[in-house]
Design a protein around this ligand. Structure first.
Ligand code: UDP
Length: 504
């Protein structure tokens, strides 16, 4: 094969939008910085989704390959190849079924090696595909694990799953191996799968071997920035022992970080998430223009979460009592079809009308142009579920956070934002967490205050934003830490020696 056709890296993301999107962003970043050609492998429906995403923003450096997978063979409903379309009880089945990708992935790698006469320089696989380490070694290359979360969240997740420390104590508070004593965790921070795990359940039987397998990778790429997570990175490096390159933030629209100007085209990201927008970016920005600097609270719980009917009412009442302007991305509450039309009866009586008339609040149905909102000067704080993308987007704009973590590693992100960065206050935890309208009002007042604690949080958030911008700098000889880390990663995989293959 000519060198033009040579595939340098083969990527294998997990089957969920929260994984596919950062992998695609990573592929683009690597191609732009190095000219490397990247193959992304996944199940047919996820490849179809990536293909339509790439049609909107074509990239000559990326090729897509389908791996044979039939959801019905694994007791899943037909055509469900992604966490997005599954109920919680079926998500575990999707995880377990993902090990069946091993053979088709091995075959794909062998075909690539045969066609190009040499192996790719590495495989980059999701942390949930620990078997990729052996598969990469079997074709003469190495596996690099990519954790789409931050360093602190990743090391928490890894250590909690591998050690299940909460099972070894009767106390609600417990220490986690790899963390100093002062960082005690609380059972309410554990997602239900983990809280109930005992080492023999479906989730432990999947997570433990996959994560342990990934620990044998040649190195790890992490979607974070060296200067903003020194503590989390130190813990992660000590825990996993192989090199960790911080190459973040991988954002849907990196240019928004550099200029703070608004972009009218939100189509690419909307397409990524497969959501219908509730409002045009222009309308949101015009609404924000009417409000003063740092005065607006933005509220959103990510791409898939919603809150319970009673939370919705308490949150609405708390917002109204606080009198602070807000933009709230609203969806049907838990227990209702998320795709259904939003009903005003889910909110306190007359709430929507009062908010419209007074201009206090803008209710956006389903999906808002998040990064545009966060980058607007009027946005002062973000009530967030602390998903890692939302966290990085907020920090990149110097916006302080009110945490309401719901699932996955969000509670560890929130813990880190509060305890290590000092840029957040946690309102509550989990989809059953308790809130009251008075509590909501108080937290909003504390965080939105320009002085005291609120002022301090703002200063810290702005410092972090500066670090993030600096890390992405790529002008001649002036390279930020994330750009350098990607260069270091590339030179490490290019110059690795044969004996660094990890065969277990
Ligand atoms: N997002 C958005 N508009 C919305 C809700 C979410 O643009 O109304 C985007 C947000 O900018 C982020 C992603 O969806 O990039 C959510 O990712 P995150 O990791 O925060 O949470 P997840 O959806 O994986 O729970």
């Amino acid at each position: 094969a000519s060198s033009d056709e040579y595939i340098h890296i083969v990527m294998l993301p997990f089957m969920g939008h929260g994984h596919l999107i950062p992998f695609l962003a990573l592929a683009k970043q690597i191609h732009c910085q190095t000219g490397f050609k990247i193959a992304i492998a996944n199940t047919p429906l996820n490849i179809q989704y990536l293909r339509s995403t790439l049609q909107l923003d074509p990239n000559p450096g990326i090729r897509l390959f389908e791996l044979q997978f039939n959801s019905s063979d694994h007791g899943l409903p037909p055509n469900t190849e992604n966490t997005e379309n599954l109920t919680l009880d079926l998500i575990g089945k999707l995880f377990s079924s993902s090990v069946s990708l091993r053979t088709p992935f091995r075959n794909l790698l062998s075909d690539i090696v045969e066609k190009q006469g040499r192996p790719p320089v590495c495989v980059i696989s999701d942390v949930f595909f620990g078997w990729a380490v052996d598969v990469a070694a079997s074709v003469g290359t190495v596996n690099v694990a990519f954790s789409t979360g931050g360093a602190y969240g990743t090391v928490s997740y890894v250590s909690l799953w591998l050690n299940l420390p909460h099972r070894k104590t009767d106390s609600d508070e417990f220490s986690v191996p790899g963390f100093p004593e002062r960082c005690k965790f609380h059972v309410s921070q554990l997602h239900s799968f983990l809280r109930n795990a005992d080492g023999n359940d479906l989730w432990s039987r999947f997570m433990q071997p996959q994560i342990s397998g990934s620990l044998k990778s040649f190195g790890w790429l992490c979607n974070t920035v060296e200067e903003i997570e020194p503590f989390g990175l130190d813990l992660l490096r000590k825990y996993i022992k192989s090199p960790v390159w911080s190459i973040g933030p991988l954002l849907p629209k990196p240019w928004l970080i550099k200029s703070s100007s608004s972009s009218s085209s939100d189509s690419l990201y909307r397409q990524h998430a497969g959501k219908e927008p509730g409002i045009s970016p222009e309308k949101c920005l015009q609404w924000l223009d009417m409000h003063s600097h740092d005065s607006v609270l933005y509220i959103s719980f990510g791409s898939q979460n919603t809150i319970s009917p009673s939370h919705m009412v308490d949150l609405a009442n708390g917002l109204e009592k606080s009198g602070k302007p807000f933009i709230w991305v609203i969806r049907p509450p838990l227990g209702f079809n998320l795709k259904a039309e939003f009903k005003s009866e889910w909110l306190p009586q007359g709430f929507e009308d009062r908010m419209n008339k007074s201009n206090q609040g803008l209710l956006v149905k389903n999906w808002a142009p998040q990064l545009e909102i966060l980058s607007h000067k009027s946005t002062g704080a973000f009530l967030s579920h602390c998903g890692w993308n939302s966290t990085m987007e907020s920090l990149s704009q110097g916006v302080k956070i009110i945490g309401w973590p719901m699932a996955a590693e969000q509670a560890y992100n929130s813990k880190m934002l509060v305890e290590e960065m000092g840029v957040a206050v946690e309102l509550t935890r989990g989809i059953q967490g308790s809130i009251s309208s008075e509590g909501v009002k108080e937290v909003i007042e504390t965080v939105m205050d320009r002085e005291k604690k609120g002022g301090d949080m703002k200063r810290k958030a702005e410092e972090i934003a500066q670090h993030i911008r600096a890390a992405m700098k790529d002008e001649g000889n002036e390279k930020g830490s994330s750009i350098k880390a990607l260069d270091d990663f590339v030179s490490a995989i290019k110059t690795r020696k044969q004996d660094q293959y990890v065969v277990s």
